[in-house]
Design a protein. Structure first.
Length: 157
């Protein structure tokens, strides 16, 4: 058992980020924890259908890259505005592809001590969301080689 949080050997945390609305509780928790531990918070946003409309004809095209860039710019601005009130160092990366694989890769790259993620959306909205995307959190828990900190969605940011 640790006598204080300052003795916990933690240099980096990774946050699985969707957007400020859906990830607010986890973002707040992760930023506060990183600040207390003197850790760097690496926010990873895996671009998906919530970020831009899908068109199979645009796959791997310049237009698709523009959609990704615009979504990334919007998310970075939201994140930057939100994190101004916290005293932690942070980075932001945008990934595409399998969210579980990408989040784990970012955690490996930064030798993160833990991954912070928000619990799934409850109710019908959550069922619909998981039926489209699967449960990223469930797959993270099964595949990660580090601590997963699950933040309840109902926590107030």
């Amino acid at each position: 058992m640790f006598s204080s949080m300052q003795s916990f050997p933690c240099e980096d945390l990774v946050l699985a980020y969707e957007d400020a609305l859906r990830s607010g509780a986890a973002l707040t928790f992760a930023a506060e924890l990183a600040g207390r531990l003197g850790a760097t918070l690496h926010v990873v946003h895996v671009i998906d259908l919530n970020d831009y409309p899908i068109d199979p004809d645009l796959a791997e095209s310049p237009q698709e890259r523009q959609f990704v860039e615009r979504a990334a710019d919007r998310a970075y601005q939201e994140l930057s505005d939100f994190l101004r009130k916290f005293s932690c160092a942070w980075t932001y990366s945008v990934e595409t592809g399998n969210p579980v694989l990408r989040i784990n890769q970012v955690a490996e790259r930064h030798a993160a001590s833990a991954i912070v993620a928000e619990a799934s959306t409850p109710g019908l909205a959550g069922i619909f969301h998981r039926s489209l995307k699967g449960s990223v959190l469930k797959e993270l828990v099964k595949s990660a080689r580090r601590v997963i900190i699950v933040v309840p969605r109902h926590m107030r940011p």
